[in-house]
Design a protein around this ligand. Structure first.
Ligand SMILES: [Zn+2]
Length: 84
């Protein structure tokens, strides 16, 4: 059962990665739609707090697209390692 959070930048729902404990989480997630970095606080599968850390659009500007993609991948790996 994936929990979803509404992205404050693109206003689309993004699924919270399975490795994140939605019962108690205070950290960052990346929006799958626009790539924005969001700071979220989850308590008992509910969003207590959500704010934008970095707007995905600025990072995904054409000249930096390749770089941002690499960065996004690195972040995702970081989350996985962080949880275990
Ligand atoms: Zn978004």
């Amino acid at each position: 059962m994936g929990m979803k959070v509404e992205c404050l930048v693109c206003l689309k729902e993004t699924t919270i990665p399975k490795n994140i404990n939605t019962e108690k989480y205070d950290g960052q997630i990346t929006c799958r739609e626009c790539g924005a970095l969001l700071q979220v606080k989850l308590v008992k599968s509910k969003v207590e707090q959500c704010k934008v850390v970095m707007d995905g659009k600025t990072r995904l500007s054409p000249e930096k697209a390749g770089e941002s993609l690499k960065q996004a991948k690195g972040e995702r790996r970081f989350y996985l390692e962080d949880k275990s």
